[in-house]
Design a protein around this ligand. Sequence first.
Ligand SMILES: C[S@@+](CC[C@H](N)C(=O)[O-])C[C@H]1O[C@@H](n2cnc3c(N)ncnc32)[C@H](O)[C@@H]1O
Length: 367
Amino acid sequence: MYIPSSYQSFSPMTLSKIRSATASSQTVYSKDVGAVNIKSSKEIPNVESNLELYHDIREVVIDVQSFFIFGKATTVLPTFTIHLTPLTYLPKVDEPRRDWVASVAVPAFMAHREDSAVRRFVTIGTGSGLDAIAALDIFDLESLAITDLHPVVVQTAASNIKAATAGCPSLTKAVESLVAHSGDLLTPLKDHEGQALHSGQASSTYAAERYEQIPAIANDSLLALHWLALVQAKTLLAPGGAVLSSMGGRVPLAAMLEMARSAGYVPQVLTYTWKIQSEPEEVIGGYNKNQEDGTRPFYFYLAEVLEREFAGITPLEGGRVAAWIEQQLAPYRLDAVVAYEAHKTGIIIGHTVAVVRSVISDVQGPA
Ligand SMILES: C[S@@+](CC[C@H](N)C(=O)[O-])C[C@H]1O[C@@H](n2cnc3c(N)ncnc32)[C@H](O)[C@@H]1O
């Protein structure tokens, strides 16, 4: 099970109520498309009829060999076209160092494959579906499930997965098994309902306020969604299964590991790498705002420092010596306020990324 990073920095993580996932109609506003009214996810018959609601569908050609900077694609098509709706988190296909799939998911899946034969795979918050396409390429899957917040994002991702694998006989079974549902975290895998969005919010930038009780280690590190996903995954994980949590390293590794332990798992850093901050204005700005409001500090680095310090270290090797790398980087840390100032002067800011692999501990954790 793969849980990518998300926009925690926008969420105050108070104990406010999540809106009901059973709303019968959702009003969505995107500045590109104007206001549209979408019927409940159950009433949406297929992706084509939805896409008519969004005029700004982008078509992007993926050249896998240049996109997968950490691994050669051998199973999916070498080039394929994907579609991106205005609500889809945009992959950074021309700049793999900014992209979560190219820089983080691909090396983590390759590292996980070294000692685990994955046959069933779920990704939470798939966006364009490229992480699922990478999983199909890297693992020998017999079944696949994807989720994200909004029905049109998930349905478009499903179409993208089909486009990337059309005519690939070894992938037919897994792609035919595809389960694609929308909603919050892992709940759509249980009840298949969509998630209401606030007016003006795109699926990709959505971070609901939460009413669940979140332990301080997850809340203070803005890792509440990761903690919740880990807790929800417990009832869905097959014996021997693992959760890969892909976390931007704006908090120390110790905090990420403690967060996973507090959800009742035995975690380990699988890969440790870096990426250029995507959407720097929103994301560094969001962490800056949190820090100004009195939270703990969040850390970034100059991208050139990360490039230099990680030179010659693969993400898997980085995972094995992550604590040492973190120590080497300590003198170069910029907190969110300083990083935001630097970003505003045009300096390229990056951050570390850890993929933490968690397996269920025998000791009883949160139910
Ligand atoms: C940083 S993007 C990563 C997208 C994609 N996996 C990738 O690597 O390019 C995070 C994704 O998680 C989704 N997301 C955010 N909060 C979520 C939630 N509570 N439940 C499910 N998905 C969520 C967003 O819509 C977005 O597509």
